[in-house]
Write a protein that binds this ligand. Structure first.
Ligand SMILES: [Zn+2]
Length: 90
């Protein structure tokens, strides 16, 4: 076979999953968002700020939980985190 993009050889090359999933796994390995490929959030292992927020919202809806409140379980929303950072600096 001639031409075409050279094949990336790494630990995901021969996985029996789709090409999109392999791309997501590579992004995850490289510390990037699994959905959009941007650098991931400080509060999330897999997603950027935007997608971490939407994942939390979806999870809350899926488990029919109420929105997060201070002192509650789960990931602290980024807005609250940033507000706390600004408070520390002043
Ligand atoms: Zn993202």
């Amino acid at each position: 076979m001639n031409g075409g993009r050279p094949k990336i050889i790494d630990e995901f090359t021969d996985r029996p999953v789709s090409r999109q999933r392999i791309k997501q796994l590579r992004w995850k390995r490289d510390g990037r968002c699994s959905i959009c490929g941007k650098p991931h959030s400080a509060t999330s292992a897999n997603f950027c700020d935007k997608h971490a927020e939407s994942a939390t919202k979806f999870g809350r809806k899926y488990s029919s939980s109420k929105p997060w409140h201070p002192g509650g379980r789960g990931r602290i929303p980024n807005k609250v985190k940033f507000a706390a950072k600004e408070f520390d600096q002043t």
